[in-house]
Design a binder for this molecule. Structure first.
Ligand code: ADP
Ligand code: MG
Length: 260
């Protein structure tokens, strides 16, 4: 089901993530109800909305972690899902190497050092030698401000440090897009800023990002587009300035009033 880019096609002109008419149910509960969403190269799209509105499920559909009933998901030029048919296992693995995901709960490997957490994927999936993978990992640790923690075990780190390692680990695979699912929601308030700072740096370097967050300051400052989700639908999208100052939907207004 892989769809190659047509010859002569400028990859920059094409969305990195293209979601169309996506529907997903759990039992008889429809959790995604006809979602359309595009993330263009180097764009930061911030997905906001009340708890239970389907944000995590949408992100998981972009990474092949959920099987939707209908609709289309195309990521990095690969047709991941179309009308309930999904890319096969080898296609999914190739796709996941291009799509980084950062979770609320960090998901670091507890028994591996920081350095080994970061080098595992590139060594096993990208075939890098230990030496090359470690050199790259150290550069990424420096980028997230943690070069002195290479030998540390995850349990010795603060939440903010764990999340920065998780981001470095995602970056080590050289992804074309990063998906963030409430990356700062599990952090003590004083640790939120250091993680948002790293995300802001990535955005400024042109990383394509789809970010679920309740950090409205980040959405406003870093987001190119804000998409508002409610009841399994994207009820409005727009530039942060317009969503935050003149939302067109009453439900957006109510949500913003509750979180701001
Ligand atoms: P959000 O991330 O916006 O809080 P989710 O995508 O996690 O929303 O969940 C949307 C709805 O789908 C919720 O009602 C949730 O309980 C339900 N849901 C999510 N995952 C599952 C699952 N694996 N099985 C059953 N219900 C699920
Ligand atoms: Mg969620």
């Amino acid at each position: 089901m892989t769809e190659p880019l047509p010859e002569g096609c400028d990859p920059a002109a094409r969305p990195i993530v293209h979601v169309h008419g996506l529907c997903k149910s759990f039992g008889d509960q429809r959790v995604l109800d006809g979602v359309d969403l595009d993330v263009l190269p180097s764009q930061v799209v911030v997905l906001i909305g009340p708890s239970g509105s389907g944000k995590s499920t949408l992100l998981r559909c972009c990474n092949g972690l959920e099987r939707p009933e209908s609709g289309t998901v195309e990521v990095c030029g690969r047709l991941l899902v179309q009308d309930g048919r999904m890319l096969d296992e080898s296609g999914l693995n190739a796709l996941r190497a291009e799509v980084g995901m950062v979770f609320q709960s960090f998901n670091l490997f507890a028994h591996l050092s920081v350095l080994d957490n970061i080098t595992l994927g590139p060594r096993k999936l990208r075939g890098l030698t230990r030496r090359d993978a470690e050199e790259r990992a150290r550069a990424l640790l420096a980028k997230v401000g943690l070069e002195h923690k290479a030998a540390a075990m995850p349990a010795s780190l603060s939440g903010g440090q764990k999340q920065r390692v998780a981001i470095a680990r995602a970056l080590a695979m050289a992804p074309r897009v990063l998906l963030f699912d409430e990356p700062t929601s599990a952090l003590d308030p004083e640790l939120v800023g250091e993680v948002l700072q790293v995300m802001k740096l990535l955005a400024s370097e042109g990383m394509t990002m789809l970010v679920v967050t309740h950090e409205m300051g980040f959405a406003r400052e870093v987001g190119d587009v804000v998409a508002v989700m409610d009841g399994g639908k994207i009820i409005e999208t727009g530039a942060p300035a317009s969503i935050f100052t003149r939302p067109t939907q009453e439900r957006t207004r109510a949500f913003l009033q509750a979180v701001l």
